[in-house]
Design a protein around this ligand. Sequence first.
Ligand SMILES: C[S@@+](CC[C@H](N)C(=O)[O-])C[C@H]1O[C@@H](n2cnc3c(N)ncnc32)[C@H](O)[C@@H]1O
Length: 198
Amino acid sequence: MSEVMGVSRETWQDIGRYEALLRTWNSRIQLVSPSSLTEWQTRHVEDALQLVDIAPRPRRWVDLGSGGGLPGIVVAIAFRGSLTRITMIESDQRKATFLRTVCRTLDLDADVLAERIETAPPQAADIVSARALAPLPRLLPLVRRHLAPGGTAILPKGASYRQELEESDLTGFDHEILPSRTSPDGVVLCLHAVSREG
Ligand SMILES: C[S@@+](CC[C@H](N)C(=O)[O-])C[C@H]1O[C@@H](n2cnc3c(N)ncnc32)[C@H](O)[C@@H]1O
């Protein structure tokens, strides 16, 4: 277990503490679908950890629509002790309370904005992630609001990604499509915000 995806024993211990909190709270507020918990490790944890491998040393990471903390909490655990600062934006107050409880209990260097992504102060992050939040055409304005020039959006997507790309205005981005390690039909879409200069 400690060797999975090159993650340390301490990180797995923290992920285990997060899982315990999530399972307890999930009986009161639905943070993830209960049926998905049977595949907790692959469907949620490894799905989030693959994003960390794509962005090895960011300074500011913002996760949009974090829900129960996926990928935001897993990212914060994985970057514990580094210079990376994580912010999760989640407008549902009960979910935001859960996220703050996890951050406090695990002493994570992360914060939670219980606000709408559209009106939260722009974060100028060098990495923006969003999982299961919205189709790409609706997601792009939200990403643009919080991404710094030269930053990268890392977006796990399902089989509909081709159509979403066709329907999106990617002006200002170079894009890269990486196969998902955890979902046979899925990809991780990376959008690099290119400089307008030159
Ligand atoms: C389908 S859930 C996905 C949660 C998590 N990212 C995951 O993969 O499990 C989408 C989350 O985004 C939040 N959300 C949706 N629109 C939002 C907005 N405009 N501003 C902030 N949060 C939003 C919802 O409250 C919900 O928790």
